[in-house]
Design a protein around this ligand. Structure first.
Ligand code: NAD
Ligand code: UDP
Ligand code: UDP
Length: 336
């Protein structure tokens, strides 16, 4: 009787080479803020192969640099307003500038990204039979006349204003999603994302949390836009990513609100940033921009019931995590 030695374990490289992913996932806009955190989470699952498509308009290779060269990861420079021919099982369609200063910078490109970009991703989903998730926005509710906003509210949106390229663009994107679903049987998921914050946000993209944190770190006054009593509800990015994945994996098309119902006025946000980051910093008021929604707070009953999801990270817990990342990138250490 001869006992045979078991065959040697394949080397990690060999394992990687013959690796067969069970799920090939496309993330458009994956080099952006939310997209790159989504990629990190998806890459944790060894059964996933992740393909990022991005034109780097507001995103950056730095956000996904940790995955470059990984056998289950691929990065493609591509603009979603052009057709894309690849084979995938799921599409997380995030590509679109999210910060008002960027989407207003080239409004025609923004609406093309929302309309033609979403059409192309739906055409791709149709050709390969993929499930597609759209990251829509609370902006589809416009300056809401219902508070808090639930998914049945149709919104109060100016069709010809400076924000329309973004909010009307996303409304058309939602329409396209439902028309492809009804007409072609495409499996769709729509998330209505409320203001999200966290590490890797563009430092100078003009959004309120990134502005206040950068200002507090640089010892510059926090610029509260008038009247300061307008409200937003801020969701930490890890909660957001968890909600998006649950929505993709679940059985509901949505639209489903994903956001944190904790509501703050901009003055309260400034006070909170001051308390947590730099107690010496001044708070000043400055002019606002047109069509700024006065209040925004998600009703997340649907997300709780259908996805078993609710946010875990409170604003006071999330701000310091973002501060750490901003300090590293700005190269400014905490005093004392
Ligand atoms: P982001 O600007 O950091 O990321 C968007 C990414 O899309 C960037 O990497 C950008 O380069 C890429 N992109 C833009 N236009 C493209 C095009 N034509 N082709 C290919 N790539 C393109 O923004 P984010 O905060 O990560 O937002 C991601 C998604 O979530 C967006 O669809 C946005 O509308 C939605 N959303 C975000 C928020 C928020 O508070 N961050 C709120 C509501 C909705
Ligand atoms: N499309 C794409 N990738 C694909 C399939 C389609 O980018 O794999 C684009 C295609 O160029 C078209 C859009 O998606 O502009 C819509 O495609 P669909 O097949 O629904 O419509 P049609 O091509 O018949 O207009
Ligand atoms: N805001 C502010 N100071 C800033 C930037 C923004 O007070 O430096 C306000 C802005 O007027 C709006 C809110 O913060 O009421 C959220 O703006 P943001 O651009 O972050 O996102 P929005 O929800 O408008 O897309």
């Amino acid at each position: 009787h001869v006992t045979r030695k078991p065959p040697p374990e394949p080397s990690p490289l060999r394992k990687a080479k013959f690796f067969q992913a069970n799920m090939r996932i496309l993330v458009t806009g994956g080099a952006g803020f939310i997209g790159s955190h989504l990629v990190d989470k998806l890459m944790e699952n060894e059964k996933n192969e992740v393909i990022v498509v991005d034109n780097y308009f507001t995103g950056s290779k730095d956000n996904v640099s940790q995955w470059i060269g990984h056998p289950r990861f691929e990065l493609i420079r591509h603009d979603v307003t052009e057709p894309l021919l690849i084979e995938v099982d799921q599409i997380y369609h995030l590509a679109c500038p999210a910060s008002p200063i960027f989407y207003k910078y080239n409004p025609v490109k923004t609406i093309k990204t929302n309309v033609i970009g979403t059409l192309n991703m739906l055409g791709l989903a149709k050709r390969v039979g993929a499930r597609i998730l759209l990251t829509s926005t609370s902006e589809v509710y416009g300056d809401p006349l219902v508070h808090p906003q639930d998914e049945s509210y149709w919104g109060n949106v100016n069709p010809i204003g400076v924000r329309s390229c973004y909010d009307e663009g996303k409304r058309v994107a939602e329409t396209l999603m439902f028309d492809y679903h009804r007409q072609h049987g495409i499996e769709i998921r729509i998330a209505r994302i409320f203001n999200t914050y966290g590490p890797r946000m563009n430092i100078d993209d003009g959004r309120v949390v990134s502005n206040f944190i950068a200002q507090a770190i640089r010892d510059e006054p926090l610029t509260v836009q008038l009247p300061g009593t307008q409200t937003r509800s801020f969701c930490y990015v890890s909660d957001m990513v968890d909600g998006l994945i649950r929505l993709m994996e679940g059985d509901n098309t949505g639209p489903i609100n994903i956001g944190n119902p904790g509501e703050f006025t901009m003055l309260e946000l400034a006070e909170t940033v001051k308390e947590t980051i730099n107690s010496d910093v001044k708070i000043v008021t400055v002019e606002n921009t047109p069509d700024d929604p006065r209040q925004r707070k998600p009703d997340i009953t649907k997300a709780k019931e259908l996805l078993g999801w609710e946010p875990k990270v409170k604003l006071r817990e999330g701000l310091p995590l973002m501060e750490e990342d901003f300090r590293k990138r700005l190269g400014i250490l905490r005093k004392n």
